[in-house]
Design a protein around this ligand. Structure first.
Ligand SMILES: Cc1cc2nc3c(=O)[nH]c(=O)nc-3n(C[C@H](O)[C@H](O)[C@H](O)COP(=O)(O)OP(=O)(O)OC[C@H]3O[C@@H](n4cnc5c(N)ncnc54)[C@H](O)[C@@H]3O)c2cc1C
Length: 134
């Protein structure tokens, strides 16, 4: 399977994370429409068929934030099981998701390299300036 899958899962898990604790009827209806369309638009016919069957036997649980989060989690685990990937607990999945959504920062060693590089550039620029002045 190509790389699209993990980005699609991020969208679904993020939708669940941002879903209201006490959704209104309108919000629930919107999410039903979103999920129906989203699953139909997966770029893989096998996945679309599988999701149609899964949603028919496990209708999205949209009563609250936690119920929807669990539904997406179980749905992800259903696919993981089907394609031989590890099944995650909700805690482990939350932890991994938050790590992935964290803003990317360069590592400590890379930061040190950037500083050394900048320092070198300043020294070279100063050297060139001095040379041209003499
Ligand atoms: C709706 C949907 C249906 C799919 N159906 C199929 C299919 O039928 N056949 C197929 O081959 N591929 C399918 N895919 C793609 C497949 O699920 C993977 O996305 C793909 O194999 C890439 O896997 P990955 O290792 O990058 O991690 P992914 O499974 O894409 O997961 C992305 C991240 O989420 C974390 N994660 C894993 N499990 C959970 C969980 N239960 N809850 C929360 N986070 C979790 C992982 O740690 C990982 O970092 C589907 C994708 C989607 C979005």
């Amino acid at each position: 399977m190509t790389k699209w899958g993990s980005y699609y899962w991020i969208v679904l898990h993020t939708q669940a994370m941002c879903y209201p604790t006490q959704p209104t009827t309108v919000e629930m209806e919107r999410m039903v429409r979103f999920l129906d369309d989203f699953m139909e638009l997966l770029p893989c016919t096998l996945c679309v068929n599988d999701m149609r069957a899964y949603m028919a036997s496990h209708p999205p649980n949209l009563g609250s934030h936690i119920e929807f989060e669990l539904w997406v989690h179980d749905c992800h685990n259903h696919v993981n099981l089907k394609i031989g990937k590890p099944i995650l607990t909700l805690e482990a999945a939350r932890h991994r998701l938050l790590l992935r959504l964290r803003p990317m920062r360069p590592s400590r060693s890379r930061q040190v390299w950037y500083m050394v590089l900048m320092l070198l550039m300043v020294i070279i620029a100063a050297f060139i300036c001095l040379k041209t002045m003499v």
